[in-house]
Design a protein around this ligand. Structure first.
Ligand SMILES: [Zn+2]
Length: 469
């Protein structure tokens, strides 16, 4: 069979891999949006270097848009098969894709209104609209964790817990050709151990080929305190001692739920004032929080014990979930101490920009970035420590405290990925690792560490590179 790398090769986004069996059967693993390609809109037309109608089956590791975001386009352009995922992934993906269609539509309309008549044809069109998301969601077939799904006598698929996000899976394929069975493991995005809410990821028992993420190769998370200690310190300092506002830019799916649950834990222990308001200002976060609550049976022991004792993971005195724009506008005029959690996580677009803009000149406010910010994003510029910053076409002086925490990171760091690979792959064997989902520097750091440990068959594939396996 052949394995081709169609995305997230020497970069982070756009996960997409194609397995072509000797019989001609084609399996696509993930079908994500490529943000790096998005920087050059003229290339957006060319999103599938194959005919979608030729694909027989799609496997989806998890809901994040850089893994799922091109599925509606795949269906719209002719894919006729099924999309396999875990049940929670299917539900989260539905909300994320509808949200993505909505964002693309509004970006398109905005682009049209801001460009001259002669340049309007250059405004990137949405890759898909809501109707196509609906058609795509009809193709989902869900498979729970650890239950093998037999496609036919030659193909068996198992979703294994990855610990990255609710429903996120690593995928094991057992493929028999000419009487010989080969095992191929796609790590998907991995998680950290002892994460908030989600259970720890599981290892594959044994694989011949491991396609593994290495987002943080060569990097270590700076985590000295637990999530509770970290949140308690920021809330006490900002909201209690300074009577200010703590603004937390966070992704709506996963990160927001971890932060809110941590605050709920602090409230239930009486460590922060019970009347302190905690606003979640993101329609997508409001919807996906419901899914976390619904799938509480696959959350970790800490979350399940908390549920059994307190009934709800995300409801508590002072918690307010804001959906409409009217509620958002009202919050911009709320001046008491409070916590505001809003998207997007890198402060690029979304409601968070207004909260940052509203608080940046206030020395009593803290802006706490709860994750990684890519270069060029407003979040990244904030972290550079500039004293003047341009937000929404206005220069703002920075008086608020700008802080960052890694404690909620949903990706493992160098040591954790290294352990994952070295526990799966036998040193000095023929088992092969393909490193993906990272910049070249990160992938190279991981490759070097693996070589030192006697894991010699390590590949860093190029985009579009194909291997016979
Ligand atoms: Zn992810």
């Amino acid at each position: 069979m052949r394995l081709k790398f169609l995305g997230a090769a020497k970069q982070v986004t756009g996960s997409m891999y194609l397995l072509t069996l000797d019989s001609g059967y084609k399996i696509l693993v993930d079908c994500g949006m490529d943000y790096e390609m998005k920087k050059n809109p003229t290339e957006r037309e060319y999103i599938f270097p194959f005919e979608p109608v030729d694909i027989d089956l799609v496997l989806l590791t998890h809901a994040h848009i850089d893994h799922s975001g091109n599925l509606p386009a795949l269906v719209h352009l002719g894919f006729m098969g099924n999309i396999l995922s875990t049940p929670a992934t299917a539900d989260l993906t539905s909300y994320l894709l509808f949200d993505s269609a909505n964002i693309q539509f509004h970006e398109y309309r905005k682009g049209l209104s801001q460009s001259k008549k002669t340049k309007r044809h250059l405004v990137p069109k949405p890759l898909y609209i809501e109707k196509q998301v609906k058609e795509c969601m009809d193709r989902f077939v869900t498979v729970p964790f650890d239950k093998s799904f037999v496609v036919n006598e030659n193909i068996k698929i198992t979703f294994v817990e990855a610990g990255h996000l609710l429903g996120a899976a690593s995928i094991l394929l057992e493929i028999t050709e000419k009487g010989q069975t080969k095992t191929i493991g796609f790590s998907g995005d991995l998680g950290r151990s002892n994460s908030k809410l989600v259970r720890d990821g599981q290892l594959f028992k044994k694989v011949d080929y491991l396609i593994c993420e290495s987002t943080y190769g060569g990097r270590k998370h700076k985590v000295e305190r637990s999530a509770e200690e970290e949140m308690l310190a920021y809330i006490t300092q900002t909201c209690v001692n300074h009577r200010g506002r703590l603004v937390i830019p966070a992704f709506s799916v996963g990160r927001t739920q971890s932060v809110v649950f941590t605050i709920n834990q602090l409230k239930k222990q009486g460590l922060i004032p019970s009347h302190l308001k905690v606003f979640v200002d993101s329609p997508l976060a409001v919807k996906t929080t419901g899914i976390y609550q619904r799938y509480s049976d696959i959350l970790n022991e800490e979350a399940q014990n908390f549920m059994a004792k307190h009934g709800s993971l995300f409801e508590f005195e002072g918690a307010e979930y804001l959906d409409s724009m009217d509620e958002h506008d009202e919050l911009l005029h709320y001046y008491d101490p409070c916590v505001i959690i809003s998207a997007a996580g890198m402060v690029e677009g979304g409601r968070i920009q207004e909260h940052v803009s509203n608080n940046i000149e206030n020395p009593f406010s803290t802006i706490l970035i709860a994750g990684f910010c890519a270069e060029g994003t407003l979040g990244h510029r904030l972290l550079l420590g500039q004293s003047l910053i341009r937000i929404k076409n206005r220069d703002r002086r920075v008086f608020a405290k700008i802080a960052q925490t890694d404690v909620f990171s949903s990706h493992p760091d160098h040591d954790e990925v290294f352990n994952y690979i070295s526990k799966t792959i036998e040193p000095n064997s023929n088992e092969t690792v393909f490193l993906i989902h990272g910049e070249l520097t990160q992938l190279t750091a991981m490759k070097n560490a693996l070589h030192e440990a006697g894991i010699n068959k390590v590949e860093i594939p190029d985009m579009m590179q194909e291997y016979i396996i």
